[in-house]
Each structure stands twice: as C-alpha cells, then as structure tokens.
Design a protein around this ligand. Structure first.
Ligand code: ZN
Length: 336
C-alpha cells in the first residue's frame, strides 16, 4: 500500500510526500477530527520514512523495510497509543517506550520512527516528550497525531511540522466504503457517506448498527403514507417514533430531506438510477402521481423540515414542533 491507495487527503499526502525524498526533519503533527484517518496516514508515512527506496508516493512496498512494516514487526518503528479504557498515556510509558529507546541506533532502516497519539498525552506526558522533541537524535522522526490541537503545549506545536487532514468528499467516503466492503450496495454506501460528514471512521461506525438504514425505511414508509394516513395516527404512532428517537432528530430531518431530494430527482426523471430508495422507486412515483406532487410542493416540504430544524435548534417544544411538521408535510403532499 502506498499513499495512492489511501482515498482522499490529497493535500496531506502531497505535503508528506516531499520530505520522503528529501531531508524529513524530526517531528510531524497530523491533525484532524477523530476518525479521519490520521493514524492510517501516519503509518503509511512511517513506512515511507523507513523504506529503502521511497518516492513521493510513499514506501515502495517491496523492500525489507516495507515488508516488516506490513507485517507490523519493524524493529525501528514504535507506536505509543492510548490504551483502551484509559484517559491518558502514562508518563512512565512515554519514558520507557520512547525516551529510553530514542538513543539506541536503528537496526535495519536508516532511521527510527515513533507514532504517538498525542490526544492521549496530558501536559505531564507532553512535557516528558518535549526535551527530546527539542533536541532529537539525528536518526529519529516523530509522527504525532492529534484531533484537538488546542490541548497541545505551544512548545510542542512549534517543534512540529503541522499537516492538517480535512474531511473527504462524500464521493471519496463512498469509494472507500465500496472498496473495503465489496458486497455493499452502492446506494447503501451513499447513505453512509452522506451521513459521515466526510469522515471515514464515522461512516464505519455508522455501519456497525442498522440504525441509519432502519430509520430510512421507517421514514420512507411514513412519507409514502402521508397523503392517506389519518391525522390521529400521524399524531400518535408516527409522532411516537420521533419522540423515541428525539436524540437523533437532526439526523431524522436529514434523512427526510434526502428522501424528498430523491423524489424531486424522480419527478424530473423517473428512470433515474442509484437512488437509495431504489426499491421504493415505483411506490414513490405512483404516490407523487396520485397526489399531483410537483417540484414546488417538494420544495415546500423541504422548507417545512428547515422550519422544524430551526425550532428544534432554538429549543422549541418538541411535541409542538414535530406535530406541526407532520401536519404541514401531510398538507403539502396531498392532492390539491
Ligand atoms: Zn520499501
């Protein structure tokens, strides 16, 4: 695997590619939100730093250094991560795993590389590391990862070359999910990508449960039934669903928006493909025909959702805002 096999992050990859073919310096800081792939990129960068024939694209993948890295047995590479369930990395571990090791020469590569999860370093741990960061042995490179830069001491920040990872595009997240999960349906990948905020780790977390796809199905059924469902049922069973899922209300609104978007797409072109609602396509088309829905009416439904979102953000009464929303959606989706 080289940089090119990691999807997205073209800016960060370009920045990290340059030192691989020059003099790399001693400390890099990869920053960006949790789940964005800092450690994955950091490991690829480390492989490039240890590789016998690196290019701007990372490690060659075939030299003994790259093979040791792939097998996770490279003697000149160490990671210091936050142990599961712990709040901080112990200062004793910073000393024993890093500080007492940096003075020892590398065994097979030209240098030694340490990947450190700086989110796990409290001030004491950072201070312990600081002296070595200030005067690092010639053969050592540190790669720090952090999601919250403000928790790092200014002296740590000033000693490191900072490379920021930015959220990927929806298309990049989707491509990543489909590459990693060949059995996944394209429309399913789109749904997770849409909700990931461009963060691959978050998309993968969403995939661990069926919440998102279940909610999509429930809301799709509700929207299809809007013209015919009685007000009483709308305000009881359907309201109850929103009440039970009230912690996820913004997500529910986003899902409904997606459904209305797909309806608008279908209205413009009934043969459209790759919709998440592919299996409900015929039902959506016939519901819209029967109720003479237009793009204008669908636009009004989206506005109803925006109003609900605003009221919710302003801490409006949940029952009132949801019931208003449901009744308004019903009104807009009915014939006439
Ligand atoms: Zn190599």
């Amino acid at each position: 695997m080289a940089f090119s096999e990691l999807i997205g992050q073209s800016y960060a990859k370009e920045r990290l590619g340059v030192p691989l073919v020059g003099e790399p310096g001693h400390a890099f800081l990869l920053s960006g939100p949790s789940g964005i792939g800092k450690k994955t990129l950091g490991r690829e960068f480390a492989k490039g730093l240890l590789c016998s024939h690196p290019t701007k694209e990372g490690g060659c993948g075939t030299c003994s250094n790259c093979i040791y890295m792939r097998e996770k047995t490279h003697p000149d590479y160490r990671e210091l991560l936050l142990p599961a369930g712990e709040k901080n990395i112990k200062v004793a571990d910073v000393r024993s795993r890093i500080l007492s090791d940096v003075g020892i020469l590398s065994q097979i590569a030209e240098r030694k590389v340490y990947l450190i999860d700086a989110d796990g370093l409290a001030e004491e741990g950072q201070n312990a590391l600081l002296k070595t960061l200030e005067e690092p042995p010639k053969h050592v490179v540190f790669i720090l990862t952090v999601s919250d830069e403000s928790k790092l001491l200014p002296t740590i920040l000033s000693r490191t070359v900072s490379v920021r990872l930015v959220p990927n595009t929806e298309e990049e997240v989707k491509k990543h999910l489909l590459t990693k999960n060949p059995d996944m349906l394209e429309e399913e990948a789109s749904l997770y990508a849409r909700f990931s905020g461009g963060i691959i780790g978050y998309a993968e977390k969403l995939m661990e449960t069926t919440w998102l796809t279940d909610a999509w199905d429930t809301l799709m059924d509700m929207i299809l039934q809007l013209p015919t469902i009685s007000r009483a049922e709308l305000l009881s069973t359907r309201y109850n669903y929103f009440y039970e899922e009230s912690d996820h209300f913004p997500e529910l609104l986003a899902l409904m928006n997606m459904i209305f978007d797909e309806m608008a797409v279908l209205l413009a072109d009934p043969t459209s493909e790759n919709l998440h609602g592919e299996t409900k396509k015929d039902k959506m088309i016939s519901m819209m025909k029967r109720n003479k829905m237009t793009v204008g009416k669908i636009g009004k439904c989206s506005m109803v959702l925006t109003t609900a979102a605003k009221a919710h953000k302003a801490n409006g009464n949940f029952e009132i805002l949801v019931c208003r929303m449901l009744l308004a959606l019903k009104k807009e989706s009915m014939n006439g």
